[in-house]
Design a protein around this ligand. Structure first.
Ligand code: ZN
Length: 324
């Protein structure tokens, strides 16, 4: 527990501190939204860019404009303003799946901020196009689907396991499918130079017939052994204990740690995970119960973990810097 708190203090950069810590070759991650629903305005969304290079992507965009305003107020944006970030710096959205709490922010912002590329697996883009950008739920800001196509959002289908350059940025992204209660979700490997981070969308534990997490860890293990994978953004929507049939495609602290042990085994042992920051998001806070739920999940992670990782439960506007 003590180590957890120390690590958190080191990594949750206060305004001004992050600039002093910034060095070329790393990745900066700003939490624009961290909740798993219920209360809006703080839904899953992470702004990611190389240190010293404001050209950014977001991993999901459940909340976008509001998250940028909070980050601006807290001084954790590398650019000066939320407007500049929306207008200029954010070049792409990586969308893990099309559930509303992961895409509402980018759909709302598409009215005034064109010229973004949406990177997603084909099944996710199909839902975005067919169920939202169809002139019924929302105007068609995409470059596919029913005419007229306004073209503000370029939907780019990714092939699983194939790295590609993220347009307008110095980053590469690779998509890996995840199982999320019958919906295909996605983990994105995001690389800038020698630094890599994983951003996992909603997912449940592996189960008979589903080994997507194990396959992801097989792909990630070499990066861990090379010391390149520095951060994992992942979910623990509910505290323990929770029955499998009540998970609805989500994780709890004990299941997250069991899965990370699988990653450690594939990478050669727990020491391979030393120094990795695990950012735990998508917690489903009921109104008024946020602090109690945060404390409970923090305690459960600390008590169950035998791995040398840093667990962080971010707050909206927090910035994290990971380095090679
Ligand atoms: Zn979901």
């Amino acid at each position: 527990m003590k180590r957890f708190l120390t690590s958190l203090a080191l990594l949750a950069c206060a305004p001004g501190v992050a600039h002093a810590q910034t060095a070329p070759g790393g990745l900066e991650i700003v939490a624009l939204g961290v909740r798993g629903g219920i209360v809006d305005g703080d839904l899953t969304s992470f702004l990611i860019h190389p240190t010293g290079d404001p050209r950014a992507l977001t991993c999901d965009a459940g909340t976008l404009g509001q998250g940028l305003l909070v980050a601006q107020k807290r001084g954790t944006l590398s650019g000066e303003s939320a407007g500049r970030a929306l207008g200029q710096d954010i070049k792409a959205y990586l969308v893990t799946h099309a559930h509303l709490d992961h895409v509402a922010g980018l759909l709302i912002a598409a009215t005034d901020y064109p010229g973004k590329t949406v990177y997603a697996l084909p099944s996710t883009n199909a839902v975005l196009s067919g169920d939202y950008l169809n002139w019924r739920a929302w105007p068609n800001f995409a470059d596919r689907g029913p005419a007229p196509r306004l073209g503000s959002l370029h939907l780019r289908d990714m092939a699983p396991g194939v790295a590609e350059a993220v347009e307008g940025t110095a980053m590469r992204a690779t998509a890996y499918p995840l199982e999320h209660g019958g919906v295909t979700s996605t983990a994105f490997l995001i690389e800038a130079g020698q630094t890599a981070a994983l951003c996992l969308g909603d997912h449940g534990p592996d189960s008979p017939g589903h080994d997507e997490l194990h396959s992801l860890w097989q792909a990630a293990a070499p990066l861990l052994r090379e010391g390149r994978l520095k951060a994992i953004i992942t979910e623990a929507s509910y505290p323990d204990p929770r029955e499998d049939k009540q998970l609805f495609g989500h994780m709890t602290p004990s299941r997250l740690i069991a899965s990370l042990r699988d990653l450690a085994a594939l990478a050669g042992g727990p020491e391979a995970l030393r120094g990795v920051t695990v950012i735990v998001d998508h917690i489903k806070y009921l109104p008024g119960e946020e602090e109690a739920t945060r404390r409970l999940i923090t305690r459960q992670l600390a008590q169950a973990s035998d791995l040398p990782v840093r667990f962080i439960l971010p707050r909206q506007g927090d910035r994290f810097v990971v380095r090679p």
